[in-house]
Write a protein that binds this ligand. Structure first.
Ligand SMILES: [Zn+2]
Length: 388
């Protein structure tokens, strides 16, 4: 049966806010009408405080959900990664259980689609049966050039499992500092479909390593047994180094951007017309105790999206909680803008044309947000729930 929903604040997902807006949906949640006053055909009108489309979490590592609370906070990326590596041993049953639990929690918190990093097959069974749409980034890393063939072959084998299960996926590099030139080259040759994703400028150590050949990230990599000669030191930014390996015709997500400068953004936008800049502020706070300069990205008018990263570096997988942290630190950013990043921009990145926006014919999922101030500002008490 059709339903009519009215919200004091109707966030349409593309940056607009309609006060006292209404939508009509059919029994499968498809939008039939949207506006100020729509024909109710005698149907009761359901009243809400605020509504918005389902969220797109563009960066997650669902397979790390069992690591919640296991990695110490604020140690910096050079301590976070070794701590993560030492925690990876856990029974497969516990890993799978945590994946199932958090897939359902994400859906309950209004998330309808996820761009999810996979280093293993652990999340595959869950994704196949989930209500959430997943695109899996089969992520590869390795600095030893002679291992590059073996790494790509393992990636292709894992990718084949996702294809066989009918799951959307693509092979991607982990980050500029963890992938050899030979492996970058092999990924470029073997992967022609997207979208793509790469961790970008998450720590100051990454900047120091690329531009000066020093710092804590470089030390971490040599402590892992990598030859100093295998580490990249180009005297240029890590972003400049990695971009030429990534086809500019294919959507690319740059994840974190905590230490990205104005020049980095301008240069990258010039070289790559299909860039999306993903912020995971809770994870940045957890690991580095620092946030990206988000107003700078807005000033330059680039496409922003939101992600939760993993439970190894976050207390929740909630897009609303990411929006709350951003607005708390940058109070001038309006809620409708943050919702646009979480909805329309995320859907554009993953090429999901029927999600992200309340428009006729779309089936974007519907969320209620409660606990907003009058003009729509989020508060500490704001809460999200799923209406459809
Ligand atoms: Zn990540």
């Amino acid at each position: 049966m059709a339903r009519i929903l009215r919200a004091k604040l109707l966030f349409t997902g593309d940056g607009k806010l309609i006060p006292n807006g209404m939508i009509r949906i059919n029994e499968v949640g498809r939008i039939q009408d949207i506006g100020y006053e729509i024909k109710s055909d005698e149907l009761p009108i359901e009243e809400y405080e605020a509504l918005c489309p389902g969220f797109i979490n563009t960066h997650c590592h669902l397979e790390l959900s069992h690591l919640k609370g296991k990695v110490p906070m604020h140690g910096g990326l050079h301590q976070f990664i070794p701590s993560l590596q030492s925690q990876r041993d856990m029974s497969e049953a516990r890993i799978l259980e945590a994946i199932e639990e958090w897939d359902q929690r994400m859906r309950a918190q209004g998330i309808v689609a996820v761009g999810d990093i996979s280093n293993s097959h652990h999340s595959l069974a869950c994704k196949k049966n989930s209500e959430i749409y997943y695109h899996s980034f089969i992520e590869l890393f390795g600095l030893r050039s002679h291992k590059a063939e073996e790494i790509i072959n393992n990636g292709l084998t894992l990718r084949a499992k996702f294809i066989e299960a009918g799951e959307s996926s693509s092979l991607v590099p982990h980050s500029p500092y963890s992938v050899s030139e030979s492996l970058f080259e092999l990924i470029r040759k073997n992967e022609k479909v997207g979208p793509f994703s790469i961790h970008n400028q998450e720590s100051e150590g990454e900047i120091l390593m690329f531009e000066k050949g020093e710092g804590p990230l470089k030390k971490m990599l040599t402590d892992f047994g990598n030859e100093e000669s295998s580490l990249v030191q180009k005297g240029e930014s890590s972003l400049n180094y990695s971009l030429p390996y990534l086809d500019p015709k294919i959507n690319l997500l740059l994840v974190h951007n905590t230490f990205t400068s104005r020049k980095d953004i301008e240069d990258a936008e010039e070289r790559h017309p299909n860039l999306y800049w993903c912020f995971c502020p809770n994870a940045n706070w957890y690991i580095e105790k620092k946030l990206p300069n988000i107003p700078l990205f807005m000033e330059l008018g680039v496409n922003c999206t939101l992600g939760t990263d993993s439970l190894a570096s976050n207390h929740n997988l909630s897009i609303l909680s990411e929006m709350q942290l951003i607005q708390e630190n940058y109070p001038d950013i309006k809620t409708q803008e943050l919702i646009k990043w979480a909805c329309k921009n995320g859907a554009m990145f993953l090429e999901l044309s029927n999600k992200g926006v309340f428009k006729e014919g779309a089936q974007p999922g519907i969320n209620e947000i409660k606990g907003l101030e009058d003009e729509g500002k989020l508060t500490k008490d704001s809460a999200i729930s799923r209406v459809f």
